[in-house]
Design a protein around this ligand. Structure first.
Ligand code: ZN
Length: 420
């Protein structure tokens, strides 16, 4: 096949139109559409946002979806996803998508993990089979999956780690970034390797010659580097300098936060990174977070967020509200005819009352888990939407201050009053 000369920067763009302090209102253009930022990306770990359909998440205001290379590599396999048309076609999500490398899952889920300079060897948490994750193999996996934004492989360590362990992981992540970039560019230049012949369904015709050639063309993607350095300001600065010295990236991610360090430490690291992050590129804070983290992140110039918390907490009966989190199983909801959150547009709040939602959880009915997961995802999407509206109106600082005061003051009281 002939090498392509695609200019990746022509397919991606970012511009900020309004600022309030370091917060900004922006537009992130990707090959599958535009994301208005700040934005929360719901997490479709296994190619699905747990319990919810893509239609529901889209109707709730979801713009960009996140999926996970580790899980999809293990099952159904990145080559299988590619044979089924790529992640967009497979999951029926037509909009912008991002895949995490799965480094976090390798470090947190996989068994018998050995980390060396070459990469990570691990046993699958599913069946114990042995696998190798290298910067190069991760690029091949994410190229096969085909999300718009793909993440580098980085080395992760626990929050609050000592400076020497943090420095070593940060420096290795920079070396792995360079190897990711070289492999990303090589695939762009040489095309993808041929996929094995899958019998996708019995009797289905094989790819015709034209499709088989097209299949070798890598999708138009952007590789994001990840700022590491734990909770050490000097390491965060060194990581960012290293990243900016080695490439003209489409966007930059801040990783290794919300992994056990305190919230003030996390916010402090964002303040260290903010002045060094390029103004004209989107900034993605990985794995964060809770509603207040989103507001604090927006205040510190973050454009993209993701977190599994809304669906996970929803499945356990915990709901986000403007007054903090609330447990729907509590007995004071037994006869409460009010909606869970007044003014929330989700199906759980517009069609049902607290008494019914409580009943669904107490009875362990599936609908309860789904409604609460959708409510929590809607809540985070609404928080970022409100952030955008107030940035546009020039009222972001006062809104965010009041929002945080209400969330923290009353939230504490509600949580303490939980009786189950
Ligand atoms: Zn709701």
């Amino acid at each position: 096949m002939t090498a392509r000369t695609t200019d990746v920067t022509a397919s991606f763009a970012f511009s900020a139109s309004h600022h309030d302090g370091t917060a900004r209102l922006g537009r992130f253009t990707t090959p599958h559409g535009v994301v208005e930022t700040p934005a929360f990306m719901p997490v479709a770990t296994h190619g699905t946002i747990k319990g919810l359909s893509m239609h529901e998440v889209s109707a709730a205001g979801g713009q960009m979806m996140l999926s996970n290379a580790y899980h999809l590599y293990l099952r159904p396999g990145d080559m299988m996803v590619r044979a089924l048309g790529g992640l967009h076609a497979f999951t029926r999500w037509p909009g912008p998508m991002l895949t995490d490398s799965g480094g976090f899952q390798v470090f947190s889920l996989a068994k018998l993990r050995t980390v060396q300079e070459h990469g990570v060897e691990f046993r699958s948490h599913l069946d114990g089979s042995l696998h190798q994750y290298t910067p190069e193999s991760v690029m091949r996996i994410e190229r096969n999956l085909g999300a718009d934004v793909i993440m580098q492989l980085d080395e992760l360590i626990a929050g609050g780690a000592e400076i020497e362990a943090s420095r070593s992981a940060m420096e290795r992540s920079l070396r792995w970034l360079e190897r990711c970039r070289l492999e990303f560019d090589r695939i762009e230049r040489d095309g993808r390797e041929s996929a094995p012949e899958f019998t996708v369904s019995p009797g289905a015709p094989p790819l015709d010659t034209f499709d088989a050639v097209l299949d070798l063309v890598p999708p138009t993607q952007a590789l994001f580097p990840i700022v590491q350095g734990g909770t050490h300001a000097e390491l965060r600065r060194a990581s960012l300098r290293g990243i900016l010295d080695t490439g003209d990236w489409v966007g930059v991610a801040v990783g290794g936060l919300s992994v056990g360090e305190s919230k003030p430490d996390m916010y402090a690291m964002l303040e260290v990174c903010e002045p060094l992050l390029p103004r004209e590129k989107p900034r993605y804070l990985m794995g964060v977070g809770f509603p207040d983290d989103l507001v604090e992140g927006m205040r510190r110039g973050i454009d993209l967020f993701d977190c599994v918390v809304p669906t996970r907490m929803g499945r356990h009966g915990t709901a986000f509200t403007p007054d903090g989190t609330v447990q729907v199983r509590q007995s004071r909801f037994r006869t409460d005819r009010r909606p869970l959150v007044e003014g929330c547009g989700c199906p759980g709040c517009t069609h049902y009352d607290r008494a019914y939602l409580r009943h669904l959880f107490v009875s362990e009915e599936m609908l309860g888990l789904r409604l609460l997961a959708l409510h929590n995802v809607t809540f985070l999407l609404d928080v970022t939407r409100a952030g955008r509206e107030h940035l546009r109106a020039g009222t972001f600082t006062s809104w965010s201050t009041e929002w945080l005061a209400r969330y923290r003051a009353k939230g504490k009281r509600i949580v303490e009053s939980d009786d189950e």
